[in-house]
Write a protein that binds this ligand. Structure first.
Ligand SMILES: Nc1nc2c(c(=O)[nH]1)N[C@H]1C(S)=C(S)[C@@H](COP(=O)(O)OP(=O)(O)OC[C@H]3O[C@@H](n4cnc5c(N)ncnc54)[C@H](O)[C@@H]3O)O[C@H]1N2
Ligand code: MOO
Length: 387
C-alpha cells in the first residue's frame, strides 16, 4: 500500500465507497425509549386512528341541533363509559379531549356561550371544535418511510399512533483503538506529550452518526498490539486513531497487510485528512483509519466513517445541504478542502483556526464547507452538518 496524493481517492468518490461498502444491519424490535438515534427498518404505520375518537377541541358544551339547548350533564376526558347520545335541543358540558356524544353537531366554547340555569345559547357552525376520529391520520396509514431517523419527536408520534416498540435497524457497534505513545488523557501535557483530543470527541460523533460506541482501547505504537486489537470481534466497525501515515511508528497499514485486509480507500484527496483509510477485514468487519491530527480525524469521521455508519444503521442518506460562502476561501489545486463555517441566514461564514492539529475552528462551527479542487469562489458549496 502506498500513501500519498497520487493514489488518493477523490473526496466524493471516497464517501460513496464508504456508504456502498455496507448493508443495513438486521431489524430489531426496540422499546420506544431505547429507539432514539436508530433508523426505522419498516415504515411507521398508524395502529390507531388519530384522533382515536371524536374529541372535543375546546372546553364548553357539546350541542345537538339548534339552540337554545338544555344541559343534561358533563363529559370529561378519560371518562370510562361513552357518553349517552344527544338529542336535538340538548347539550352536555364537555372538556377538551373528552368523547363527543353521538348526535352532537359542534362544541360551543364557554367564552361564546351564555348560560342561564340549565339552558345555554350561542352561535355555532356545524362541526366546529370537534376533532373527528381519524381526521389527522386514519388507522393503517403509512406516516413515515423506512430509513427515517428516530428522533424524540418521532417517539411522541409513534406513541400517539399506538406503538410500544419500533422496528429499527440494529446500531453498528464500534470499537475505538487510540494509538500514540505521546498521548495522555488528563492534565497538562509535559514536553513531548499531547492531550488525546480524538478519544473525547468520538463517542458523541459516533452516536450522532447512528452507532453505539462499545469499547475503547489504547495501544502502544506497535504492530503486533495493533493486530491484536483489530482481532477483537465484538464490533462491526473498528476505528483506529493515528498510525495512518508513513512514519516509523505508524503501523496501521502494516497491520492491515498482515491481516490480509481489503483496502478500498487508502487515502483521500482532501485537506486535512488525506491519510484516512477504509479497510474491510476478511470476516467482513470494517476498519476506518483516522489521521492523528485531531481536525484531520474529524474530517475523516465526516468523510468515511459517518457514511459507513449511516448505511449500517439503515439511515436514509440525508439531503445535500449547500450554501454560498461569505468570505474568500482559497481552494487547493488537486484536493478537496474541508473548512469550518458558521451558518448565518442564507450564507456560511468561514472560520479561522482550521489547521490539521487544531479543533478550535471546528468547535466554533456548525458545518464544514466542502471546497472542491480548483474552486473559483463562485456559486454554492456542499456543507457537512456538525452535530
Ligand atoms: N511522510 C509523510 N508524513 C506524513 C504524511 C504523509 O503523507 N507523509 N501525512 C501527514 C498528515 S497529513 C497527517 S494528518 C499525519 C497523520 O499521522 P498519523 O495518522 O500516522 O498519526 P500520528 O503520526 O500518530 O500523529 C500525527 C499527529 O497527531 C497527533 N495525535 C495523534 N493522535 C492524537 C490524538 N488522539 N489526539 C491529539 N493528537 C493526536 C500526534 O501527536 C502527531 O502530532 O501524518 C503526517 N505525516
Ligand atoms: O491531512 Mo493531515 O490529515 O493534514 O493533517
Amino acid at each position: 500500500m502506498r500513501l500519498g496524493t497520487v493514489n488518493a481517492t477523490g473526496w466524493q468518490q471516497a464517501r460513496r465507497y464508504a456508504r456502498e461498502a455496507a448493508r443495513p444491519l438486521p431489524p430489531v424490535d426496540t422499546p420506544l425509549a431505547d429507539a432514539v438515534g436508530a433508523a426505522l427498518a419498516t415504515p411507521l404505520v398508524a395502529l390507531s386512528p388519530l384522533p382515536a375518537y371524536d374529541a372535543a377541541a375546546m372546553d364548553g358544551y357539546a350541542v345537538a341541533g339548534t339552540g337554545p339547548w338544555q344541559v343534561t350533564g358533563r363529559v370529561l376526558a378519560g371518562d370510562p363509559h361513552p357518553p349517552v347520545a344527544l338529542l336535538p335541543g340538548y347539550a352536555v358540558e364537555i372538556a377538551t379531549g373528552a368523547v363527543v356524544p353521538r348526535g352532537a353537531d359542534a362544541v360551543l366554547p364557554y367564552e361564546r356561550a351564555v348560560r342561564h340555569g340549565r339552558t345555554v345559547t350561542g352561535e355555532i357552525a356545524p362541526g366546529r371544535h370537534v376533532r373527528r376520529r381519524g381526521e389527522d391520520c386514519p388507522a393503517g396509514q403509512e406516516v413515515l418511510p423506512a430509513g427515517t431517523l428516530v428522533t424524540p419527536v418521532l417517539l411522541g408520534l409513534a406513541a400517539s399512533l399506538g406503538h410500544d416498540t419500533l422496528t429499527v435497524h440494529r446500531r453498528p457497534r464500534v470499537g475505538v483503538v487510540v494509538t500514540g505513545a505521546e498521548l495522555r488523557t488528563s492534565g497538562l501535557p509535559a514536553p513531548g506529550q499531547v492531550r488525546d483530543a480524538i478519544g473525547p470527541m468520538l463517542p458523541g460523533l459516533l452516536r450522532t452518526a447512528g452507532a453505539e460506541p462499545t469499547w475503547e482501547t489504547r495501544v502502544a505504537d506497535d504492530r503486533a498490539a495493533l493486530v491484536a486489537a483489530l482481532l477483537r470481534s465484538d464490533a462491526e466497525v473498528l476505528v483506529v486513531c493515528g498510525a495512518t501515515s508513513a512514519g516509523a511508528a505508524d503501523h496501521l497499514r502494516g497491520a492491515l497487510d498482515a491481516l490480509g485486509a481489503d483496502v478500498p480507500v487508502h487515502g483521500v484527496a482532501c485537506r486535512p485528512g488525506h491519510p484516512q483509510l477504509l479497510a474491510i477485514l476478511r470476516d467482513g468487519r470494517y476498519v476506518v483509519g483516522l489521521p492523528g491530527n485531531p481536525y484531520a480525524a474529524l474530517a475523516a469521521v465526516l468523510t468515511l466513517l459517518a457514511p459507513l455508519l449511516g448505511r449500517l444503521a439503515g439511515r436514509t442518506e440525508p439531503p445535500v445541504l449547500t450554501s454560498t460562502l461569505a468570505g474568500p476561501v482559497p481552494s487547493h489545486p488537486h484536493d478537496t478542502r474541508l473548512v469550518p463555517v458558521l451558518r448565518t441566514g442564507a450564507t456560511a461564514t468561514p472560520l479561522n483556526h482550521d489547521r490539521p492539529g487544531s479543533l478550535w475552528g471546528a468547535a466554533a462551527a456548525d458545518a464544514l464547507a466542502v471546497v472542491p479542487p480548483g474552486w473559483d469562489g463562485t456559486g454554492e458549496v456542499e456543507l457537512l452538518r456538525l452535530g
